[in-house]
Design a protein around this ligand. Structure first.
Ligand code: FA5
Length: 356
């Protein structure tokens, strides 16, 4: 009996829903049937007057009916929503032209990516940050004092000729120093030391400039990353440990290196850390100038005169410094056979390093 009554109620609801014209009317109908005063609520409320057997039959049917009404209203609401969207699109001035889809997609895909010098710099910064180093910066336009004098390279020192310098034409003030484009990141050594007290450790990446003839491994504008650690009882063993950690993190595999004496007036002893040329595997090519090794990482123990220029007592403190050539590191890491590709601005080159 009650089953039949519920069935009739559902049929009535369906026919009324069929006549509904918009979302508001559909929501009203739902409220009429399922609201507090509605027939379903009433039936469920009256369940307490039924016997247990009757309740077992009526309960599931009434709840099922409630669910069916909710679902039917939902379907109807979605249909009205779609109709509204279609209507507003058909009336809109801003129609979507699907023929543009491919060219829009092409634009989205052609996004930029990090330049390999920048990526490798970030990688190295992470390695040194994890070893407690700070990252500092210095000016590209420098004075003779920070580029040479303070680094134990006085005016008449032959080492000045090792780095062909771009000088500014403006005269130095009497007793002052001439200006130049820094030839190496070592200019940051004395600036960095004067700004902090030992113990400390920092790196300083950046562009450097040399008035040089370019070839497969030489550019006029290239990148170095200076590093400096000052503490007590620092030894060559510490220096080698840090350099090896750096190279294994960058290359993620064993690379063959050799350490040979190197002359830089600001370190004593000084070393040249070379890497076996990964392009020719040591056989000889234009990048390694047929010697099988590439000069990558000059380094050494900081000269006491340089510590003094940084106001540090060299009897109490010592340390090491290094100047990594980033462009050559990128060449070794990605097997690039000519340094001039790196800054050629040729998109075919840089696009190879895009990460998606
Ligand atoms: C220096 O510039 C020293 N300031 C490095 C240093 C720092 C030594 C601290 C000791 C202590 P050098 O002139 O060798 O050194 O250059 C360092 C690195 O820069 C080289 O090993 C090489 O990788 C890179 N480099 C030098 N000249 C060029 C160039 N023209 N083009 C590209 N990379 C270069």
């Amino acid at each position: 009996m009650i089953e039949q009554k519920l069935n009739e109620l559902y049929q009535k609801f369906k026919s009324e829903l069929g006549g509904v014209k918009d979302r508001a009317a559909a929501l009203n109908l739902k409220a009429l049937y399922l609201g507090k005063q509605g027939p379903i609520t009433e039936i469920l409320a009256n369940m307490k007057n039924l016997s247990i057997e009757e309740r077992k039959i009526v309960g599931p049917i009434a709840n099922g009916l409630k669910e069916k009404i909710q679902q039917d209203v939902e379907v109807s609401l979605q249909k009205f929503e779609l109709d509204e969207i279609n209507l507003s699109l058909s009336q809109s001035q801003n129609k979507i032209d699907l023929s543009l889809r491919d060219s829009l997609l092409a634009k989205v895909q052609n996004h930029g990516g990090a330049h390999p010098i920048w990526s490798i710099q970030r990688e190295i910064e992470d390695v040194f940050l994890s070893m407690g180093f700070e990252i500092i910066d210095g000016p590209h336009i420098e004075d003779e004092y920070h580029n040479f004098e303070a680094l134990n390279i006085p005016a008449d020192h032959p080492a000045r000729d090792m780095q062909d310098t771009f000088w500014f034409e403006t005269e130095a003030k009497p007793g002052g120093f001439r200006h130049l484009l820094r030839t190496h990141t070592s200019t940051i050594q004395v600036r960095g030391m004067k700004q902090r007290r030992p113990p400390f450790r920092f790196i300083a990446p950046g562009k450097v400039f040399r008035c040089e003839r370019t070839d497969a491994s030489h550019e006029m504008v290239f990148h170095q990353l200076e590093g400096m650690l000052v503490d007590k009882n620092v030894s060559v063993a510490h220096l080698i440990y840090f350099m090896k950690t750096l190279l294994s993190e960058i290359f993620k595999r064993d690379v063959e290196v050799r350490l040979r004496p190197g002359f830089f007036p600001f370190v004593e002893p000084g070393f040249e850390l070379d890497i076996k040329c990964l392009l020719c595997k040591g056989e000889g090519c234009s990048v390694c100038k047929q010697v099988g090794w590439v000069e990558l990482l000059p380094c050494g123990m900081i000269h006491p005169n340089v510590l003094r220029a940084g106001d540090i007592d060299s009897r109490e403190w010592n340390g090491f410094a290094f100047g990594l050539g980033l462009d050559r590191l990128v060449m070794m890491k990605y097997a690039i056979d000519d340094i001039r590709h790196i800054h050629s601005g040729d998109l075919r080159f840089v696009e190879q390093f895009k990460s998606y």
